[in-house]
Design a protein around this ligand. Structure first.
Ligand SMILES: Nc1ncnc2c1ncn2[C@@H]1O[C@H](COP(=O)(O)OP(=O)(O)O)[C@@H](O)[C@H]1O
Ligand SMILES: [Mg+2]
Length: 398
């Protein structure tokens, strides 16, 4: 299992694209995304090709105070462009964009840059972040997205600060539903798309807390025809990958469903999937929470104390059951995203759905300013292979 695994494992898997992917042999009315050449990808998309100098001006030379986030492969900066011409504009004028600059000048970095253009250049949905354009100039690889005012779900779940309101129960349910709809859309494509990196840092929120999936660097065409899975080298983020994918490299859309279950647990508990500073018993959220999820009376003990009193017992019991099903060790017993969406729809606050501000019981506040190094940390690292084995969940799947 995952000898190549690290906190965020992203390896060169081009070899596997050609030799192990099962999607190549089956005809489809749409060309599987992974079969397109780089030229085809860049030419066929409706994306704008930006000049590097323009993005430099738009972000004020990638100044530290334009920095808005960082993931495994790049730093993201805020910038301004003219809405019509997309030419750089002064701060506070035109529209705001988010510019991701790949920091790795590696083959893998380039492949991930291309994967984002490939998928986001073709797929449009209210729950996927909109990619506006890209830049390819000498060693520079950049991506230009719509700016998401409220930042990532990770920031909202884990920022502890007196001037930052925790997400209310109603907003948590809204975000869970939006993200679930994004996955459902990907899974229902004729050639299904497996997202492969579902986690709070990749779920972005607009000013009304609509959730949109971003970061398609690891997305992959699903299996087609006779095949039931795609075989790949294990990639993703530790703690979120499904146990069968970790141990065999067999990838199906049910791997995304497992990751969804992990995120649902984070949303309910306000705890990160791996927290090494906790006692040993509590370091792995899935292992710690599973016995509570299995018991109707005890399930309340995993809930984020900051949202106490905002939910009904039956709603918590329903969503705990759903999380447990998503986390089944045996992927056959996990629900599909269509069912997940249907169940989450029943837990929505009708008032929130129609409200422009999405106020619920939590004040919507601007994301906090990032201070110091400005780094948004990835989930804590764990050495060795002792990650999400999902131990003990099987019993709940009967
Ligand atoms: N469009 C956006 N609007 C606002 N913030 C963004 C946007 N895109 C990315 N970010 C911020 O940057 C972080 C890293 O972005 P991501 O696309 O996940 O990069 P990576 O591919 O390096 O993981 C996100 O977690 C989020 O905080
Ligand atoms: Mg990311």
């Amino acid at each position: 299992m995952g000898s190549c695994w690290s906190a965020k494992v992203k390896h060169n898997e081009s070899r596997l694209h050609t030799s192990s992917s099962c999607s190549a042999s089956v005809p489809s009315t749409r060309i599987p995304l992974s079969l397109r050449s780089e030229d085809e990808i860049l030419q066929s998309s409706n994306l704008k090709s930006f000049a590097y100098v323009d993005l430099k001006i738009a972000t004020r030379n990638f100044r530290p105070d334009s920095f808005i986030g960082e993931g495994g492969f790049g730093c993201v900066y805020k910038g301004w462009v003219n809405e019509q011409t997309m030419a750089p504009a002064g701060p506070g004028t035109g529209i705001i964009i988010a510019v991701k600059r790949l920091k790795q000048e590696s083959f893998q970095g380039h492949q991930e840059w291309l994967a984002e253009i490939n998928y986001l250049g073709q797929l449009e949905h209210p729950n996927l972040v909109k990619l506006i354009g890209y830049c390819l100039e000498e060693d520079h690889r950049l991506l230009v997205y719509e700016f998401m005012n409220c930042g990532s779900l990770e920031r909202h779940l884990y920022t502890r600060s007196s001037d930052f309101q925790p997400l209310s129960w109603n907003l948590r349910m809204k975000v869970a539903l939006g993200a679930a709809k994004g996955l459902k859309f990907l899974h229902s494509q004729e050639v299904e798309v497996i997202y492969r990196d579902f986690k709070p840092a990749n779920i972005l929120l607009d000013s009304e807390f609509n959730a949109k999936l971003s970061d398609f660097g690891l997305a992959k065409d699903g299996p087609t025809g006779e095949k039931s899975y795609v075989s790949t080298r294990v990639m993703g983020t530790q703690g979120y990958a499904a146990p069968e994918y970790m141990s065999t490299g067999h990838l199906t859309k049910r791997s995304d469903v497992y990751s969804f279950g992990v995120v649902l647990l984070e949303i309910l508990s306000g705890r990160r999937v791996l927290e090494m500073k906790r006692s040993r018993k509590e370091q792995n959220l899935v292992q710690w929470a599973t016995p509570y999820l299995q018991c109707k009376r005890k399930v309340f003990e995993i809930m984020d104390t900051r949202i106490e009193g905002q939910y009904s017992s039956s709603a918590v019991q329903k969503i705990a059951r759903l999380a447990l099903e998503c986390l089944c060790v045996d992927p056959r017993f996990r629900p599909n995203m269509t069912r997940v969406v249907a169940e989450l729809e029943q837990l929505q606050d009708p008032a929130l759905g129609s409200s422009r501000s999405g106020s619920g019981s939590s004040k919507i506040s601007e994301p906090p300013q990032i201070s110091g190094s400005g780094k948004i940390s990835e989930p804590p690292q764990i050495s060795g292979s002792g990650a999400a084995t999902g131990g003990g969940i099987g019993a709940a799947c009967d």
